[in-house]
Design a protein around this ligand. Structure first.
Ligand SMILES: [Mg+2]
Length: 298
């Protein structure tokens, strides 16, 4: 647990509503309450936290793990193919100006540069496409072509969420034994929309949409939800974002590879001899792996 971390009540009601009845975002839930918060409200919150803790304990008493956190993109649902498909459209749009290979390379470079400014997700990607188009055409890109790029983005935003094979069954089964969490990077609106469209939202009692997945990010999440690192498991398709920082924070991690990995998520910055984590080739193998852990633990 990071030193100096403010000790707060566990933020267990991740599906709380704001005053307009919308799902409250993590930022909203973290916001300080009004100065005039009354005692009844505080007591109600504490009672709810205790009841939820009791429910959590009843699920996990016999397990090695309290919370199983899932990455979302390319772990629960397909994501990278949508970006690959859109990049192909972008390359075709600019094909009169440059080779497709050169356009692809310059777009990758712009994306890598812009992540620090605009974060992850479709909106940042769209800005990178527009910036790359302006650069590669030396300003000759037309307004209608920029309009086409905006159309690519709108298509991405409304594309149905396609779950990976076996995900629904695994999530339903594991929700009976563990508290489930989503920890995903990206644009808040985009990710909240995908969680809603996935039809899986009700199985996750906690949802964290973060701007970056670092050791500090995971330490903060574990602390906020009062989960001991050794009882926190992260499942994901990125060694860089879902595995190494969790292990560094003292947690457990299971790597589930996805056929394609975005260049930004690739890493060779670890020593496979000394960095040990479990790997399953398909998410459907995850429940059996956890059962093996639990059996060994007893
Ligand atoms: Mg992912």
């Amino acid at each position: 647990m990071p030193s100096g971390e403010k000790d707060t009540l566990p933020r267990l009601d991740s599906k709380a509503k704001d005053r307009q009845g919308r799902d409250a975002s993590p930022a909203m839930l973290d916001a300080p309450g009004p100065a005039g918060i009354n005692k009844a409200c505080l007591e109600e919150s504490m009672l709810h936290a205790r009841e939820t803790c009791k429910a959590m304990n009843s699920k996990t008493t016999n397990s090695l793990i309290d919370v199983v956190a899932f990455d979302a993109d390319d772990t629960l649902w397909h994501n990278e193919p949508l970006f690959t498909e859109t990049k192909s459209k972008f390359e075709r749009l600019l094909a009169n100006y440059h080779s497709r290979e050169w356009i692809a390379q310059k777009l990758d470079e712009t994306e890598m540069r812009n992540v620090a400014h605009f974060g992850y997700g479709i909106k940042g990607f769209t800005l990178s496409m527009i910036e790359t188009a302006i650069e590669l055409t030396e300003g000759r890109i037309s307004a209608s072509e920029i309009g086409e790029i905006m159309g690519f983005a709108r298509e991405m935003m409304k594309r149905p969420v396609e779950l990976l094979d076996g995900v629904r069954e695994v999530v339903v089964r594991m929700s009976e034994s563990y508290e489930l969490m989503i920890v995903t990077k990206g644009d808040l609106f985009d990710q909240e929309s995908k969680i809603a469209r996935s039809g899986l939202g009700d199985y996750f009692s906690r949802i964290e949409i973060v701007s970056e997945k670092t050791r500090r990010t995971y330490e903060t999440i574990m602390s906020r939800h009062r989960v001991h690192p050794s009882r926190f498991l992260m499942v994901g398709n990125s060694i860089k974002s879902d595995i190494l920082p969790v292990i560094a924070a003292g947690g457990r991690a299971v790597y589930v590879p996805y056929p394609t990995t975005w260049i930004h998520e690739m890493t060779e910055d670890y020593d496979p001899e000394h960095t040990r984590f479990d790997q399953v080739e398909h998410i459907s193998l995850l429940p059996d792996l956890l059962n093996e852990w639990t059996t060994a633990f007893r």
